[in-house]
Design a protein around this ligand. Structure first.
Ligand SMILES: *[C@@H]1O[C@H](CO)[C@@H](O)[C@H](O)[C@H]1NC(C)=O
Ligand SMILES: *[C@@H]1O[C@H](CO)[C@@H](O)[C@H](O)[C@H]1NC(C)=O
Ligand SMILES: *[C@@H]1O[C@H](CO)[C@@H](O)[C@H](O)[C@H]1NC(C)=O
Ligand SMILES: *[C@@H]1O[C@H](CO)[C@@H](O)[C@H](O)[C@H]1NC(C)=O
Length: 505
């Protein structure tokens, strides 16, 4: 060994030892998603649209079932990609995208069979959509450990509810049509599914960039899609530099007088079983399910337009399902309960929980030091850290007057814990003051979602063992909650990752 080589040898051994030391004893991370940080050139993205109770109801004419996907592999040799970077020039002759989902697949709708379709689902729009999602998932699937994964999910929801339609159950129980003025609906057909346009991902800039997107409207008679007034609109455009950085997902969501309540999220859902708010088998991105308290979420968010005072922008919405006795959900909508925790970052959002409105507050708050503060402890309870709490409509043993959640907007009962930025969340890396993460405050967040969600109050029947808090949907986006004028929200999401933490001793 000559002198230089010897020095180098010891240098590398030293580096290796330093690396090992810095890893041991510290927190150790592994990603729960199939595409950590959204960096994979071969994108996998799915689309799903939901009516008020997370079903289809009726397909939009000519659109097929409201499930779609854009999944492809980037072909071209590594050598050529490397040379392209070295020489700062593009070699577009060799790079190409091989798509796995055809437009015919995306247009599949009731009455059209596909491989694996259960005949009972052929003419049922709700069951058909659930099976189409699994079919698209099978086309997009990527093998991985501990299990294969399918895609990121774009979820779009129309909040109109025609109570005379009989389409939505009440806390999971079938109910007769009824008359009510409590929900937005312009008349028959208000719960429709959208027109969906798809721009398949393609290479541009001489093969240095990739871009694709979904867009559309709920206004069915409308085909122009320009800047016209009072037309609802949604758009998600994804783009990425080949071989560099994260995909960027640019979102737009616009309400109109006919569609004043719309939701648009990008979700990392479970790859199988149920995902938040959905009582069918699902496809998704979470190859491992994160469980409280041992996970964090990292993402970059740039909110460009807020969507007005009613826009409940969620910098983290997590969804799961367990029964009131703490046992896992099994598809029985009478006893399954969807559970959500949402941090709302729009500074226009007031706190409905207050010393004078205790029913809108969770029964207690738990501090990072595990001190329990009851909501009637007016000297200590952090009221302004909560927007709204509502208990499941089928809870039998509530401790004092408590608001219950809307019984119709999920296929089963639901429970909501909605948070607002507040200094008490600082320990978890969450927004601590109004305006954090909002327009002009683009940031990369590392949120200790696991630790925070382990200390939230969720209803359970007395004397039952605490539920395992395993989360089947982790998402970001906005719910424009019955706006009284047309509103536009616009934001960009990138670098999304769910990190499982375990402390190595
Ligand atoms: C929506 O997407 C279609 C197809 O990609 C495109 O032609 C159209 O311009 C888009 N609409 C708007 C308003 O951007
Ligand atoms: C594509 O590459 C050619 C040759 O390197 C260059 O002249 C041209 O400007 C490039 N076009 C774009 C859109 O980058
Ligand atoms: C890349 O593609 C563009 C148009 O698609 C073409 O004009 C250009 O000549 C191509 N460059 C190379 C290096 O092949
Ligand atoms: C506050 O609420 C808790 C739980 O419901 C109850 O046990 C306690 O007696 C209440 N305290 C007062 C002062 O009302």
């Amino acid at each position: 060994m000559d002198f230089i080589a010897g020095t180098l040898f010891f240098f590398w051994v030293g580096m290796l030892l330093m690396l090992l030391c810095s890893v041991s004893g510290a927190e150790h991370y592994s990603s729960a998603v199939g595409d950590p940080g959204m960096r994979r050139d071969g994108l996998r993205i799915g689309f799903e649209a939901w009516n008020f109770c997370n079903e289809v109801g009726r397909e939009a004419p000519g659109m097929g079932s409201p499930r779609a996907a854009d999944c492809f592999d980037l072909l071209g040799s590594k050598h050529e990609r490397r040379r392209k970077h070295r020489e700062h020039r593009s070699i577009n002759s060799t790079l190409r995208l091989k798509h796995r989902v055809t437009e015919a697949d995306n247009k599949l709708g009731v009455g059209k069979s596909f491989s694996g379709l259960n005949p009972d689902a052929l003419n049922d729009p709700d069951l058909y959509a659930a099976e189409k999602e699994l079919y698209l998932g099978s086309l997009c699937e990527v093998n991985d450990t501990p299990r294969p994964w399918q895609f990121w999910t774009i979820m779009l929801k129309n909040g109109n509810f025609d109570t005379s339609s009989g389409l939505c159950p009440e806390n999971g129980k079938k109910v007769q049509p009824f008359v009510s003025q409590n929900f937005p609906c312009f008349g028959i057909g208000c719960m429709n599914q959208p027109i969906l346009h798809h721009q398949e991902t393609h290479l541009l800039g001489n093969g240095t960039m990739m871009r694709g997107g979904f867009n559309g409207t709920y206004d069915l008679g409308y085909f122009g899609l320009g800047g016209e007034e009072d037309i609802s609109y949604f758009e998600v455009i994804w783009e990425k530099k080949v071989g560099v950085g994260s995909w960027e997902f640019h979102h737009k969501l616009k309400t109109s007088s006919k569609y004043p309540w719309l939701m648009l999220y990008l979700r990392a859902d479970a790859t199988r079983g149920f995902s938040g708010g959905y009582h069918y088998d699902t496809s998704g991105m979470l190859k491992s399910l994160p469980e409280s308290p041992n996970f964090k979420v990292r993402l970059t968010l740039d909110v460009k337009q807020g969507g007005g005072p009613k826009s409940q922008f969620y910098l983290m919405d997590i969804g799961s399902c367990w029964k009131n006795d703490g046992s896992p959900c099994d598809g029985d909508t009478l006893t399954d309960v969807t559970r959500y925790c949402e941090m709302i970052i729009n500074p226009d959002t007031p706190s409905w929980c207050s010393p004078r409105s205790l029913p809108n507050c969770p029964l207690f708050h738990v501090t990072p030091g595990n001190r329990k503060i009851f909501r009637n402890d007016t000297a200590n309870f952090p009221y302004s850290a909560y927007h709204y709490y509502c208990a499941p409509g089928n809870a039998q043993h509530l401790d004092g007057p408590t608001s219950t959640c809307d019984p119709y907007s999920n296929p089963q009962a639901q429970e909501l814990v909605q948070l607002l930025p507040h200094p008490i969340w600082a320990k978890y890396g969450y927004p601590t003051k109004q305006g954090d993460g909002w327009i002009g405050d683009a940031r990369t967040w590392e949120l200790d979602v696991g630790a925070l969600s382990s200390r939230l109050y969720f209803y359970q029947d007395p004397g039952t063992a605490p539920a395992r808090r395993t989360w089947t949907s982790i998402d970001v986006g906005t719910e424009i909650f019955v706006s009284n004028q047309d509103e536009m929200a616009e934001w960009t999401l990138s670098d999304f990752d769910v990190l499982l933490t375990s402390v190595k001793s």
